[in-house]
Write a protein that binds this ligand. Structure first.
Ligand SMILES: C[S@@+](CC[C@H](N)C(=O)[O-])C[C@H]1O[C@@H](n2cnc3c(N)ncnc32)[C@H](O)[C@@H]1O
Length: 280
């Protein structure tokens, strides 16, 4: 997937989220493709909705795998949708993508009876996810599939043996970030299986994917680690011991000798969980 990390020609990336989503799409492209391949669809879907589509990681992977499909890409962010639309133009698939800016926590417009609804790293953002699940159930065509993908947090990258002389630095950054998210994003890490069943779905499959990508596999890994840790720094700076913050800032100083961009020993490590749920 071509990278758009620096956003040339794109809408402004106010908080850096679009850049991370683009890098995430690039680095994890093979994993996303394998999830889509695994989906127990009954027939090749023609109408797909990508809920909380961001900059289009799922949208473009779905379009590539299902050549007869059209995707309605839904998000509350005008910037993300603009970026997605530009990419669709560049890739020559604009006629197969419709972008729709709505707040999924508010009333939903008619989404056109999709055969497949995809929600990746999106459900945990909903104010009332149980209601969202019921709305998806209602919107889907009979026999249609709902694919829920969630991450086990942001990936780890650094070797465990403390490159900055601070053993466990990355773990402590993540622990502080987890505490923040537990307070502000309470549905992150939920078990969506029972919730899907309660909303009327039949579970058709569930899997956990272990992600482990050596830096040599993609030249985006360093930038992905940098963007992610930069964003996490904003959340965790006050909660970290001063020595950890100093070590983190050395990693994030792209002009400095300890810059994470100078490393060649990064490994992307995380898990993705997938639930496939069918409407009867
Ligand atoms: C972590 S991103 C995931 C993006 C994309 N699905 C992916 O896998 O790269 C979550 C997305 O959900 C969107 N989102 C969050 N709350 C939303 C809401 N209430 N209505 C619509 N979109 C929302 C955000 O704007 C963001 O694009």
């Amino acid at each position: 997937m071509p990278h758009t990390a620096h956003g040339h020609g794109h809408a402004p990336d106010v908080d850096g989220q679009a850049e991370i989503l683009d890098l995430d799409a690039e680095v994890l492209a093979e994993h996303t493709a394998s999830i889509i391949e695994w989906l127990p669809v009954q027939a090749s879907p023609r109408r797909i909705v990508d809920l909380g589509c961001g900059t289009g990681a799922g949208t473009f992977a779905l379009l590539a795998h299902f050549p007869d499909a059209h995707v309605t890409a839904v998000d509350s962010s005008a910037e993300h949708l603009h970026r997605l639309h530009e990419k669709a133009d560049q890739r020559g698939v604009a006629d197969r993508v419709r972008t729709l800016q709505i707040d999924l926590d508010a009333a939903w417009p008619d989404l056109g009876t999709p055969d497949l609804v995809w929600a990746s790293a999106a459900l945990h953002h909903m104010a009332d996810p149980d209601r969202t699940l019921r709305q998806v159930h209602e919107a889907l065509a009979p026999g249609g599939l709902f694919a829920v993908v969630e991450l086990a947090g942001f990936p780890r990258f650094l070797p465990e043996d403390a490159p900055e002389g601070r053993p466990g630095l990355e773990e402590r950054v993540h622990a502080a970030s987890e505490r923040h998210h537990a307070e502000h994003v309470p549905h992150r890490g939920a078990d969506w299986g029972p919730k899907l069943t309660a909303a009327g779905f039949t579970l058709a499959g569930e899997r956990t994917i272990t992600v482990r990508i050596e830096q040599s596999r993609s030249d985006a890994v360093g930038r992905y680690a940098l963007s992610g840790l930069q964003r996490m720094r904003g959340t965790v700076a006050d909660a970290l011991p001063a020595e950890d913050l100093t070590a983190l800032d050395r990693l994030l100083d792209t002009d400095g000798p300890r810059s994470i961009l100078r490393r060649d020993d990064l490994v992307v490590r995380t898990e993705r969980q997938v639930w496939a749920a069918r409407r009867a």
